[in-house]
Design a protein around this ligand. Structure first.
Ligand code: FE
Length: 342
């Protein structure tokens, strides 16, 4: 063979080897990463992703937005979506994503063992990772806690012009009312919600924080319903704030519990890695970090929550399956609308 063709041949071989190596490296780096769409805010999830990257060498690429926006994004992207995991708050949102076919049923004994059945999807498409309790709060200077008992009892006329609520447009209240429909029936729940509205001291608030602040102020609002971590955040800054938690429904079904949770995106090409990531999120270190970041309760009762949360003491939690939040959400919205709850 002449020198020139031989040089060309060698050149081609070098190029082919370099291309192969590039592809292999590229594939290896793609296989070594996970893409997470998260409705949980960046400051709550970044420390967890950082720890995962440190412990496993995996790269976590994340995109945060509101749950509705992320679900719509997944729908638009279809099978071309780069996402592997959808992480969001409220079982109502998880249920909807699963119901739209955006989440994949996965097999994992660890997830089944570590997460109680009522806090995960029956078809294993989503799993609760931290618990949020939606409870009654009161101003101890204005209310004797002995006067409190259940969510339904806030409909009593003794709370006239003293009750403050967040808007019914928030999924947290839709999920709460969905579980009330499940336990009390539609007609009783309608009556309760209508009377809540009659008892309102002020028009509905746009956030749980505003409800808690108004109750702490105590001028108009004496009692309210919020997720406990909002009170935790306020108490972290001002420990003497006059706002206290009351655990309702202790002699009946227990306090309304919801989750922050996740599922594997249906179109994920890295299902095994995505499942391993979810499993990692349920082990002790990650659970502690995940729950403490937002002053929530770890999904496993054996792990102690943040000291601020521990101070609130033990309480009976509802064990109603969280799929109810999704299944009865439409009915709950309709009911609240009909009862005049804006
Ligand atoms: Fe929240």
């Amino acid at each position: 063979m002449n020198l020139k063709p031989r040089m060309i041949l060698i050149g081609c071989i070098i190029l082919a080897v370099a291309y192969g190596a590039f592809k292999w490296l590229n594939q290896a780096s793609v296989d070594n990463q996970l893409v997470v769409y998260s409705a949980r805010k960046e400051h709550l999830i970044k420390p967890i992703f950082d720890l995962y990257e440190k412990e496993t060498g995996f790269k976590v690429i994340y995109h945060t937005d509101k749950a509705g926006v992320l679900v719509e994004k997944l729908k638009q992207e279809g099978k071309h979506s780069p996402a592997d995991i959808l992480l969001t708050v409220d079982a109502g949102n998880l249920w909807h994503a699963a119901n739209m076919g955006l989440l994949k049923p996965v097999k994992s004994k660890k997830l089944l063992d570590r997460i109680p059945a009522h806090l995960r999807d029956k078809d294993n498409r989503w799993f609760g990772l931290s618990l949020r309790a939606r409870t009654i709060i009161y101003n101890p200077n204005k209310v004797d806690p002995k006067a409190l008992s259940t969510y339904a009892n806030l409909s009593d006329s003794k709370w006239k012009d003293r009750l403050c609520l967040r808007t019914s447009k928030k999924v947290y209240n839709q999920s709460l009312v969905a579980t009330l429909i499940h336990s009390l029936g539609e007609s009783t729940t309608h009556d309760v919600v209508q009377k809540w509205v009659k008892n309102l001291a002020l028009p509905v608030f746009s956030s749980d924080t505003k409800v808690a602040q108004a109750v702490a102020k105590g001028t108009r609002c004496h009692v309210g319903i919020v997720n406990t971590y909002y009170v935790g955040r306020l108490l972290k800054k001002s420990p003497d704030l006059p706002v206290a938690l009351f655990w309702p429904n202790q002699t009946i079904g227990g306090v309304h519990i919801n989750v922050s949770g996740a599922g594997v995106v249906h179109s994920s090409k890295r299902v095994d890695s995505a499942v391993r990531f979810l499993e990692w999120l349920t082990q002790d270190t990650a659970q502690k970090l995940f729950a403490d970041a937002n002053l929530e309760f770890p999904v496993s009762e054996s792990i102690k929550p943040h000291p601020i949360v521990q101070k609130w003491g033990p309480f009976k939690r509802s064990t109603v399956h969280l799929s109810v939040a999704g299944e009865l959400q439409r009915q709950a919205i309709k009911l609240m609308d009909g009862a005049g709850y804006l």
